[in-house]
Design a protein around this ligand. Structure first.
Ligand code: FMN
Length: 232
């Protein structure tokens, strides 16, 4: 084994020190989260609430027809969007703690301008944050105990709960409150879809771990409801 000359040892050490110094002075910035702004929701028009309640049914067959970004934005806003400058939302929430999140699964060429993949709805910005790329409706259907009909819908909304956000104030009861809130969001989606002339399915039968893995959900966000939406 040949010995390293002393001069190259010192120059190596100098380079190393300079790199270390540069990293301390100019630390690499964490990659900024990207957001896709959504069209503003409409607050009027459509059916009366009574008409939407009367028409609502669980739909399990969808036409092969894409949805617009406007329709998707309207559904997300109705689901869990901000409706008050204080940050209050479309669904009631115990202690206004908002333990839920809404994820959007978009099929290939199913929403012009939105690539196939998984997106996280960010109510405070009324925007989408991309989470995962690709056609994942088939995988969502397989994780939903092979309810293959859901993969025909152009989009699938997934409501997740993070219990600890509610448990901070309500202890174990926070789990119950989180599940109740998911029901409110689900009904908002049903009624808004009816008002847009669309149909919705609702699925509670799925493999939690397989669905979380398919969507790439953060560990604490437990999937609670899977809701495919499209033309009837
Ligand atoms: C929490 C919950 C879970 C459900 N899970 C499923 C499901 O996994 N698959 C399915 O086809 N329907 C599911 N449904 C839909 C029910 O079967 C449906 O609501 C019921 O038959 C009444 O029909 P309607 O919604 O058209 O009034 C679920 C409904 C709820 C509220």
């Amino acid at each position: 084994m040949s010995a390293i000359p002393l001069s190259s040892f010192w120059s190596g050490l100098t380079v190393f020190t300079l790199v270390l110094l540069a990293l301390v002075m100019f630390p690499p910035r964490p990659q900024a989260e990207t957001f896709i702004s959504l069209p503003a929701p409409s607050r009027q028009g459509g059916l009366t609430v009574a008409e939407a309640i009367q028409k609502r049914r669980t739909i399990r067959r969808f036409a092969n027809k894409p949805l617009s970004q406007g329709q998707v934005a309207q559904l997300l806003w109705a689901a869990y969007g901000i409706t008050d400058p204080r940050g209050l939302r479309s669904a009631p929430s115990a202690g206004a703690l908002y333990p839920l999140d809404v994820y959007l699964v978009v099929g290939e060429r199913q929403v012009p301008g939105l690539a196939a993949g998984v997106y996280h709805y960010r109510p405070e910005k009324h925007a989408l944050s991309p989470l995962r790329d690709g056609e994942l409706r088939g995988a969502v259907a397989r994780a939903s105990l092979h309810q293959t009909w859901l993969a025909e819908a152009p989009i699938v909304l997934v409501i997740t709960g993070e219990y600890r956000r509610c448990q901070v104030k309500y202890g174990n009861r926070g789990v119950r409150y989180t599940l109740m809130e998911a029901g409110h969001v689900g009904q908002n989606i049903f009624l808004q879809a009816e008002a847009l002339g669309l149909g919705v399915g609702i699925i509670g039968a799925f493999d939690d771990a397989a669905l979380s893995q398919t969507l790439g959900l953060p560990g604490a966000h437990e999937p609670l409801l899977v809701m495919p939406v499209g033309y009837k």
